[in-house]
Design a protein around this ligand. Structure first.
Ligand code: SAH
Length: 255
């Protein structure tokens, strides 16, 4: 009989309860009561989240983990387990359309996609925390002038205040991942909407970073309008030198 290989789900289960508890405590930073945990696995974080005065729901893609949770957390999680893919799940139906905080020891292979989804739902997600690959956490939290600074850093920092909280070594997971991990938190800032076309902002940021070694005058050529004035010094810079405010100013030139 042929055994079908299981799809890789980014499963690295946390075995250190002290760290699980510290990650769960990050939700104390938000007054938001609704909390969604992505990828609870065997519930190592979930058990600590259930001790909080929060309205918890969890979403898990792996059927075996869902079975395990149903058997072992039947009281606390009754009716609160969604078996599904966070990237495909219809978020509009969650918490009856109310706002919610997001937490997890996230599947690292899809963490960028998770954060792009957060951006789409930023007005319903006032707070995000949890564990991701250290490199990605660095990138999200870093500012201009840093080589880690990139598309997601700019887009997320336009709407969230991001804090790198602490580093976690591979040895506290089973199986251990090849990389270091880190815990971060993101709080929605006061910006309701940017003072420029927000879709264009995204396009400008993505286009600029797609060729991050080039100056903006060159990298943004594909989206430039005829007769655009590119004499100012801004156009001689590279994308990693621009703050969120600089990118907003740049976007305004394209409008
Ligand atoms: N929270 C657990 C497991 C972390 S591993 C712990 O700390 O031990 C990441 C978890 O995310 C796994 O349980 C995996 O099955 C789940 N997962 C992977 N992709 C997912 C997706 N698209 N939607 C929801 N859960 C997912």
């Amino acid at each position: 009989m042929q055994v079908r290989a299981k799809k890789y789900l980014g499963q690295h289960f946390l075995t250190d309860l002290g760290i699980a508890s510290r990650i769960a405590d990050t939700v104390d930073q938000t007054a938001e009561r609704n909390v969604l945990e992505i990828g609870p696995g065997m519930g190592v974080l979930t058990q600590f989240l259930l001790e909080k005065e929060k309205n918890l729901q969890v979403i898990e893609i792996d059927g075996e983990s869902v079975e395990y949770l149903k058997e072992n957390f039947s009281r606390g999680l009754d009716g609160r387990i969604i078996e599904g893919d966070f990237l495909k799940f219809n978020i509009d139906t969650l918490f009856d359309g109310a706002s919610f905080a997001l937490i997890g020891n996230y599947p690292y292979n899809i963490s960028s996609q998770i954060f792009f989804r957060v951006l789409d739902y930023r007005d319903r997600i006032p707070f995000v925390s949890g564990m991701i690959q250290k490199e990605v956490a660095r990138r999200l939290a870093s500012g201009p002038g840093n080589k880690d600074y990139g598309i997601l850093s700019v887009l997320l920092q336009a709407y969230y205040d991001i804090e790198y909280l602490f580093t976690v070594p591979p040895g506290v997971f089973a199986p251990p991942p090849k990389v270091d991990s880190a815990v971060l938190s993101m709080k929605r800032n006061g910006v309701k909407s940017l003072p420029c076309d927000e879709r264009l902002f995204k396009t400008v940021v993505k286009t600029a970073f797609n060729q991050r070694r080039k100056t903006l005058r060159n990298s943004l050529k594909p989206i430039m309008k005829e007769g655009m004035d590119t004499t100012s010094d801004l156009w001689n810079r590279r994308p990693e030198q621009l703050s969120v405010a600089d990118f907003i100013n740049l976007t305004l030139k394209f409008q």
